[in-house]
Design a protein around this ligand. Structure first.
Ligand code: F6R
Length: 360
């Protein structure tokens, strides 16, 4: 049942601390990542990583791509629907293909997984459903253990996927000789253990609900972020359009001035995401939008320089840049939820959408 919540989506947003605890459980020990079925050294031959996924899972894959590239491992996230026709030619025997799929049943993603196998790639799926087709067909499966997700809009499974891919990227860095684990791995893993608490802090705040009410009825909604927060900006926009039916777009911050800025007006709030990484540039991009009259809603930790220039502020706990985007994402989930509720939308079953898309 909905456990006292008005919608499954709200329940699922609120149970993220628990979902994340389950995702992490037993996988971090003494400053190291341990993954079941993957003994030390199992990834030592990996040269490059290709992610295949759709929708929200694709945004989690973008997060993974960014982390791997930062570590020095070649990685690319592909839209599963594009992969077989345009990308399998780049597979080598040392390519690891990671299919990210909550349901494990998405036809586009299964098609990409099969295409990768045919080309001889090693395959892993990151999924929420044991016994799913992806789990059966991939060489190995990593379960995110987020618990069943009923709402059509993916929420807790995105958070759990992003964390699972972060752990996997740290394991790859440990196994692959040519790259080294991040200098601050012990610290970022300590912060990961606190992530469920930090998410709870976000859930306990009321700013998202107030901001959703303030801007419901705007002409369009834009989300900007760079690096890991580029993935979060795109996910924030997808969630927003799915359940509110309003026009929303997510951009890499720096891209705004290369075209989308033409859409920015006083009636298009811009949500700017900050995570301590190249924030000065994102701040400047937010100010470019503000100069065209757009209200700026910043998502950042307290006392961040963005607070001074912002029209509204969504606070997140101050944590490692690897995780802060996931806290920003929870704020954006809440904004989408309350905006959809203000508009009277059928939040758990948006029009034209299905929980699991089993046609290509
Ligand atoms: C968005 C959403 C969809 C799915 C996509 C992939 O909220 O739910 O975009 O993320 O259809 O689904 P899975 O992860 O089951 O492969």
């Amino acid at each position: 049942g909905k456990g006292g919540y008005e919608h499954y989506m709200l329940k699922e947003i609120n149970t993220q601390p628990n979902a994340l605890t389950n995702t992490i459980e037993g996988r971090v020990q003494d400053g190291e990542v341990t993954l079941e079925d993957f003994p030390e050294g199992t990834f030592e031959d990996v040269d490059d990583v290709q992610f295949v996924a759709c929708g929200t899972s694709y945004h989690a894959a973008l997060y993974g791509q960014q982390l791997l590239n930062q570590t020095g491992i070649r990685a690319q996230a592909f839209r599963a629907s594009e992969y077989v026709d345009s990308a399998t030619g780049s597979i080598t025997e040392n390519t690891l293909v990671i299919a990210v799929t909550q349901s494990g049943e998405t036809a586009d993603t299964l098609g990409a997984l099969r295409g990768a196998k045919e080309r001889g790639a090693r395959t892993v799926t990151v999924t929420n459903v044991m016994g799913s087709t992806a789990a059966r067909e991939a060489d190995d499966a990593l379960f995110i253990r987020a618990g069943p997700e009923i709402g059509v809009a993916a929420t807790k499974t995105f958070s759990s996927q992003a964390v699972m891919l972060s752990l996997l990227s740290l394991r790859l860095a440990e196994d692959i000789e040519a790259v080294s684990a991040p200098d601050d791995q012990a610290e970022l893993l300590r912060e990961l253990q606190k992530l469920p608490e930090y998410v709870q802090t976000v859930l306990d705040s009321t700013a998202a609900k107030r901001i959703a009410s303030r801007y419901t009825g705007s002409e369009a909604f834009f989300f900007i972020g760079r690096g890991l927060n580029n993935a979060v900006a795109k996910e924030g926009a997808l969630k927003f359009k799915e359940i509110t039916y309003e026009h929303a777009e997510g951009f890499a911050s720096g891209e705004l001035k290369h075209g989308p800025l033409a859409l920015v007006t006083p009636d298009t709030p811009v949500f700017a995401l900050f995570n301590g990484d190249k924030d000065r540039k994102t701040l400047q991009n937010a100010e470019e939008a503000q100069a065209r009259g757009a209200p700026i809603v910043s998502v950042a930790h307290a006392d961040h320089p963005a607070e001074k220039i912002s029209d509204d502020f969504l606070e997140i706990p101050n944590t490692h840049s690897m995780w802060s985007g996931l806290l920003a994402n929870v704020q954006l989930q809440l904004v989408s939820y309350y905006a959809a509720k203000n508009l009277g939308r059928p939040i758990d079953k948006p029009r034209n959408l299905a929980k699991s898309v089993t046609v290509e």
